[in-house]
Design a protein around this ligand. Structure first.
Ligand SMILES: [Zn+2]
Length: 434
């Protein structure tokens, strides 16, 4: 399909401190064909009026657990270990593939409605999540959650599921679906399973590792007591940071040596400010590690610790929090905040050659933002407006891989009403049994 967006403001996110340009944008099939001026020879099947809108790269949620929407507003006001052990792990035992599928779809509704076109997943029920992502039209890196010692049956079975999942799904949906490996965290994975994961990833082209790392002080202290080193030092020693891509969620507690290791191996850190704040995990030194050259992407984490997956809200919180943590208002300027949610996320997912910026030849993953709301006026600095004033509800249209997923706030690939009804029933079933 050929789509033309006319008279828009376009934030390409290509160059440092680049301004907004005004013009048209043409999409031919999956790709961006023209930016600024579109030749008369381009005949669009569909024309979108971009007046008083801002076209930005589709936002990328680099760490989430989409089926956890089923636990939204369940088990609040607990710290991470309490929250996991007393509430979440027992509840997860009650879930099934149907919960995984509809929970994932519910999150995808929110993601699309907040301008998100791609996400990095780590959870169970990966076939159901992949099916939901394929149907929704979104782009997703999906990793099967892995725990254990690499010897007992369950631990080996889950790893084999991840390998089988790779063979079945990697590259499906015109390359939209990609498969990573999801060792849950250093404290739930012993050396045996981590070594097996490394071997599996290195044997499969274009795959990566998606892990939680240094989320709480308890985790880091526990690692030092048990292994005599920080979780990052332990992962380095095991070879987890090898040739493959590693996406490490959180990175809240980092030593200088940890930061040097992250940089040396190009490990991608995903900052999840809402989750870190709500679980009282701490304050990630985002501006510091970005200044030292570590790629930092942005994530919402799951809806159970956030309690939403609204990427626009996350963008805002990340921006203002980083300044307070650094005690420096100049830290993490608006453009850098937006980079975290776009091109930095694309790098974390290993797809920055395809998405994350608006460039001719790249895939058309775009969010068209309505700038008519009062909070956009006066229209002065549109980059600051995206970082500090924009609301998720301003996202008017969303295009992923050249396909419209939402138009004038109406979802085109998911039946919002039926998913909401289904998840309400499933959540009652899962939570009432506890
Ligand atoms: Zn997480």
């Amino acid at each position: 399909m050929k789509i033309k967006i006319e008279h828009a403001n376009i934030l390409r996110m290509v160059q440092e401190k680049e301004g907004v340009i005004t013009g048209d944008l043409a999409i031919d099939g999956e790709d961006i064909a023209f930016i600024g001026e579109v030749p008369n020879s381009f005949v669009a099947d569909k024309t979108i009026d971009g007046s008083n809108t801002l076209v930005i790269p589709g936002l990328i949620n680099a760490h989430t657990h989409t089926p956890m929407s089923i636990f939204r507003n369940y088990a609040n006001d607990l710290e991470l270990m309490d929250w996991l052990n007393t509430a979440i792990f027992p509840a997860e035992d009650r879930m099934d593939e149907e919960c995984g599928y509809y929970g994932a779809l519910l999150s995808m509704i929110e993601l699309i409605q907040s301008g998100c076109t791609a996400f990095e997943e780590q959870y169970m029920f990966v076939d159901s999540i992949a099916k939901a992502a394929l149907e929704s039209g979104m782009r997703a890196n999906i990793a099967r959650g892995l725990v254990g010692d690499g010897k007992e049956e369950g631990s080996l079975r889950r790893l084999q599921e991840n390998i089988d999942f790779y063979h079945e799904w990697h590259g499906k949906g015109s390359g939209r679906i990609r498969v990573d490996f999801g060792p849950h965290a250093p404290y739930t994975c012993q050396d045996g399973i981590l070594k097996k994961v490394i071997d599996a990833v290195d044997a499969l082209p274009d795959s990566g590792i998606h892990i939680h790392l240094c989320e709480t002080q308890t985790e880091v202290q526990g690692s030092i007591e048990q292994y005599g080193m920080t979780p990052i030092e332990r992962m380095e020693r095991l070879g987890l940071f090898g040739q493959h891509r590693v996406v490490a969620a959180h990175g809240v507690y980092l030593t200088e040596n940890d930061i040097a290791i992250l940089k040396k191996y190009n490990v991608h850190i995903v900052h999840n400010p809402s989750s870190n704040l709500k679980l009282a995990s701490g304050f990630a030194p985002v501006a510091k590690i970005m200044n030292e050259g570590v790629n930092v992407a942005l994530g919402t984490d799951g809806s159970s610790s956030n309690n939403n997956v609204n990427m626009v809200e996350e963008l805002h919180i990340a921006g203002i929090l980083a300044k307070a943590v650094a005690k420096d208002a100049k830290a993490l300027p608006a453009y850098e905040i937006i980079k975290m949610a776009t091109i930095n996320g694309a790098k974390a997912l290993g797809i920055d050659d395809q998405v994350g910026t608006i460039e001719v030849g790249k895939k058309a993953d775009l969010a068209i933002i309505d700038m008519s709301g009062a909070h956009w006026y006066p229209q002065t600095d549109l980059i600051a407006a995206v970082a500090y004033s924009m609301q998720g509800s301003d996202v008017r249209d969303v295009i992923c891989n050249g396909r419209l997923l939402m138009e004038n706030r109406k979802l085109l690939t998911i039946s919002e009403k039926s998913v909401i009804c289904k998840v309400q029933k499933l959540s009652e079933k899962v939570l009432n049994q506890i």
